[in-house]
Design a protein around this ligand. Structure first.
Ligand SMILES: N[C@@H](CCC(=O)N[C@@H](CS)C(=O)NCC(=O)O)C(=O)O
Length: 209
């Protein structure tokens, strides 16, 4: 059994998407980040960076004590290695997948997060920041569109943890003032993932939590 410390945000959705795809047993533990629950000492002992998501795997493969992990990219990699799912074993596709996973956690996520912040949460409008993160958002969508013109999935021929890491952020495209019709390959990829049964289940959990 895996405990998932979760909030219904893009980084939280990544892990429910994986768990539903792999049909793993898990328990959702809601962390209300709007109330500051991510700063509680018991949570910090699992996730010292005070963010969701985090997991505790009560049955790690080495048979040892429960294993806790934070950082969504690492959690996806851990779960892929544990289950053999959603990370192709062939050398080139494996590393292409990890490359796009790192691209998401180091680029797409943080930049789109800043886009959300300056478009929706900043206490006063900061035109320079709004413009800077909009330009960067457009650049990243263009990079992704080029990749998806060349291959059906970000890692290559197979749906993977790289797609799972990116999809919840693209799902928030309206909040980023992005029209997906301007990125046809991303749009096509987005719709294919949106209609997967596991995605539908994960997003239903988000509604219920
Ligand atoms: N690099 C982290 C980012 C996680 C993250 O930013 N989580 C947000 C919600 S999407 C959070 O917990 N924010 C609460 C806070 O910053 O206090 C990851 O990929 O797991």
């Amino acid at each position: 059994m895996i405990d998932l410390y979760y909030a219904p945000t893009p980084n939280g959705h990544k892990i429910t998407l994986f768990l539903e795809e792999a049909r793993l047993d898990y328990r959702l533990i809601r962390v209300d980040i709007s109330k500051g629950e991510q700063f509680r000492p018991d949570y910090l002992s699992i996730s010292p960076n005070n963010k969701i998501p985090a997991i505790v795997d009560h049955l790690p493969a080495d048979g040892g004590a429960p294993l806790s992990l934070f950082e969504s990219g690492e959690i996806l990699l851990y779960l892929a290695e544990k289950t053999g799912a959603l990370l192709n074993g062939e050398l080139r596709e494996r590393h292409a997948t990890l490359q796009w996973l790192f691209w998401q956690v180091g680029g797409l996520g943080p930049m789109l997060g800043q886009n959300h912040h300056f478009n929706h949460f900043a206490p006063q409008p900061v035109p320079y920041a709004i413009e800077r993160f909009q330009v960067e958002t457009l650049r990243l969508y263009n990079v992704m569109n080029k990749r998806l013109e060349a291959t059906p999935w970000l890692g290559g021929d197979h749906y993977s943890i790289a797609d799972i890491a990116c999809w919840p952020w693209i799902n928030a495209h309206q909040r980023q003032r992005i029209d997906l019709n301007n990125f046809p390959a991303v749009n096509n990829w987005y719709e294919r993932i949106k209609n997967r049964p596991a995605t539908i289940l994960a997003m239903q959990k988000a509604q219920a939590n």
